[in-house]
Design a protein around this ligand. Sequence first.
Ligand SMILES: C[S@@+](CC[C@H](N)C(=O)[O-])C[C@H]1O[C@@H](n2cnc3c(N)ncnc32)[C@H](O)[C@@H]1O
Length: 254
Amino acid sequence: MRIYVLTLFPKMFEGPFSESVLGRAQDKGIVEIVIRNIRDYATDRHRTVDDYPYGGGAGMVMKPEPLFAAVEAVRKEIASGTEEGATEDGPIILLTPQGRLFSQKSAVTLAAEKELILICGHYGGVDERIREHLATDEISIGDYVLSGGELAAMVIVDAVVRLVPGVLGSEESALGDSHMSGLLQHPLYTRPQSFRGWDVPQPLLSGNHAQIARWRREQSILRTLKRRPDLLENALFSPQEKRMVEEMRRDASK
Ligand SMILES: C[S@@+](CC[C@H](N)C(=O)[O-])C[C@H]1O[C@@H](n2cnc3c(N)ncnc32)[C@H](O)[C@@H]1O
């Protein structure tokens, strides 16, 4: 998989993209992350990337020309590339607080792509023609406003890359993570068995795999019911679990 990030602040990515899972994914050659400076695609003498908003008001607006040129150059590069399965119509994602909310489901979908192009806005935002005629998708990472799309791009890249097959070792599989099955993950414990008088729950010490799996599933459902009951509406349950959820709901409302 190859991910292109178009930004005015390439240095922001140096630390986050070179450490931990993202660093290892690139070292293993499973993922290539290419950071492009949008300013390199500005053609005037001052390499201008932003300008005042028509109609006045606060906040500079990112100009369309450098961003269109940057995306077109990347698309050309993809088209001429030899990477197996390379497509020229992968998503061009504009990071914006006005986009659809990013979720684990979005991450799973994006992890199946061969190429992603992420556009980081800055200042007051980007010229509307970028949204209308360049981006194929608009994503927000939450209902708050960041100074730029860089942190949002990092969040998305991290969540996506860890789902690409081969990136996580079997010991750190993403399958049991919160939100993968529509539920929150069960509580986790490690040694020592007793810490300051707080003990590890008995089922986890039983050595009985069926009992452990049952305990974890129950805890996962219980935790979701307590913290994020909204998630239960879309989670998949066996008939027996459905009855259990109803019982837990009744107990919780007492
Ligand atoms: C200060 S914001 C501009 C916000 C814009 N004036 C608005 O109200 O929609 C600058 C840039 O940060 C990025 N950004 C800010 N909040 C974001 C969020 N919640 N999700 C994704 N990107 C965000 C976008 O790329 C945006 O163009």
